[in-house]
Design a protein around this ligand. Structure first.
Ligand SMILES: NC(=O)c1ccc[n+]([C@@H]2O[C@H](COP(=O)([O-])OP(=O)(O)OC[C@H]3O[C@@H](n4cnc5c(N)ncnc54)[C@H](OP(=O)(O)O)[C@@H]3O)[C@@H](O)[C@H]2O)c1
Length: 390
């Protein structure tokens, strides 16, 4: 759904001096000329063009995956006469926002007053780590802004768009809304559910086992799937496994086969029985141990003490939210994955299915086939993708 609005309510907040100048310049003759220019621009832009430029914003934004969390991934393009004259994206957490980067990259600032700025997320209106982008757009005298989705962050939540409209900027909303939501599903879940976006990931045999009963470590997925798993690790803020998996498989849970950041390693260790010799405690990258004990004797780890009852996972997720962890990938084992599924605490599941058989072992969780969204090849495996509550 696309909505455009140019209303200018009579009540306005106190603007900064540059904005007062801009606003006054838009009164009288200035306003009439400005309005003429805006309507000319709007009449020449159709939905197809809006979608074309918004899709470029999404493409740019996606380069922030794994670098900007818990911030959203945002891209912006500035268009003049159906040509992109500048573009930018939010490149790293605490760095400049997409709109500022796009404005920074402009070579002919005189064109800005006849241009349209596209951005996949509503421009911010608050002073965070950087000044408000809505003000930067107003100061640049851009008459038309096209937005993908509004920002659910309570500090913004429509006020960025409202601020632009209050100063006479024409704002078109809802362009590629579905795609914009999809790209920022981690951020939107983190903001609205006050917990990380949860991805369950496992590899299962064709007879649906995760591993053998004797505790031997048996690789199930193929090399291509393992490389993909490591790439996925660079995209999420944290990774979690249960106690038995840490003990039996001795995983490193790093992204060493890919290029990018390691996620925070999290391991459940109710009775503090895990040995210091495990790879998870090698100090190569931070590890959080969740235990029922007051403290863990493990060296070089952070400890979180929580009661191991039915509220363990909700409490843990609240802690992760408070630690600014916007996404979590859960990599097993069976019991741990099952707890997330039973408590309906998951958003996405990625399952590698190999052609091998085990006959018996640790059962893989079973998800409703109604939630299956795609089934593709990954080397010799099949990769099944599920979404919770489509
Ligand atoms: N194929 C794959 O993708 C894959 C991935 C990982 C693991 N695996 C395999 O899976 C097997 C291990 O799975 P598993 O089911 O035995 O063990 P697991 O899920 O790794 O660990 C289970 C243990 O973790 C603790 N725990 C986990 N979630 C809890 C919760 N919500 N509340 C309370 N305690 C919780 C409990 O420890 P306490 O008993 O101390 O309370 C529980 O017994 C191994 O064979 C491993 O190789 C396969």
């Amino acid at each position: 759904m696309i909505a455009t609005n140019t209303t200018s309510p009579s009540l306005r907040p106190s603007p900064c001096p540059a904005l007062i100048f801009f606003f006054r310049a838009r009164q009288g003759l200035g306003l009439r000329l400005g309005a003429l220019k805006e309507s000319a621009i709007l009449s020449t832009m159709n939905n197809h063009q809006h979608e074309h430029y918004m899709s470029r914003c999404l493409e740019l934004a996606s380069q922030g995956l794994g670098h900007v969390a818990p911030n959203p991934m945002v891209g912006s393009v500035i268009v003049h006469n159906d040509h992109i004259i500048a573009e930018g994206y939010h490149e790293k957490y605490s760095g400049p926002h997409a709109e500022r980067n796009a404005l920074q990259n402009i070579s002919q600032p005189s064109l800005l007053s006849e241009s349209t700025l596209y951005v996949n997320l509503e421009p911010c209106s608050h002073h965070g780590k950087t000044p408000p982008c809505a003000d930067a757009i107003l100061e640049a005298k851009i008459p038309h802004v096209v937005v993908g989705i509004t920002d659910p962050n309570p500090l913004v939540s429509g006020s960025g768009i409202q601020r632009l409209r209050e100063y006479g900027v024409n704002v078109t909303e809802g362009v590629l809304e579905k795609e914009s939501k999809e790209l920022n599903r981690r951020f939107l879940t983190y903001q609205t559910k006050k917990r990380p976006y949860i991805i369950l990931k496992w590899a299962e045999t064709s007879d649906r086992f995760l591993g053998p009963l004797d505790g031997q470590r048996v690789p199930i997925s193929c090399k291509e799937s393992q490389l993909l798993s490591h790439k996925w690790r660079t995209q999420e803020a944290a990774i979690l496994v249960g106690t038995n998996t840490a003990e039996l498989d001795n995983p490193q849970l790093t992204a060493r086969l890919a290029t990018g950041n390691n996620p925070l390693r999290i391991v459940l260790d109710r009775s503090a029985r895990l040995s210091q010799n495990l790879a998870l405690f090698d100090g190569s990258t931070p590890t959080l141990v969740v235990t029922e004990r007051e403290r863990s004797s493990l060296q070089g780890v952070e400890t979180l003490s929580l009661p191991f009852n039915s509220s363990l996972l909700p409490q843990l997720l609240t802690h992760l939210y408070e630690m600014n962890i916007a996404s979590l990938i859960v990599e097993g084992g069976g019991y741990t994955l099952e707890q997330f599924v039973e408590q309906d605490l998951w958003d996405e599941a990625r399952i590698f299915r190999s052609s091998s058989e085990l006959g018996e072992g640790t059962r893989a969780p079973l998800l409703s086939t109604k939630l299956l969204t795609s089934s593709t090849s990954s080397g010799t495996d099949t990769l099944a993708h599920f979404r919770n509550k489509l």
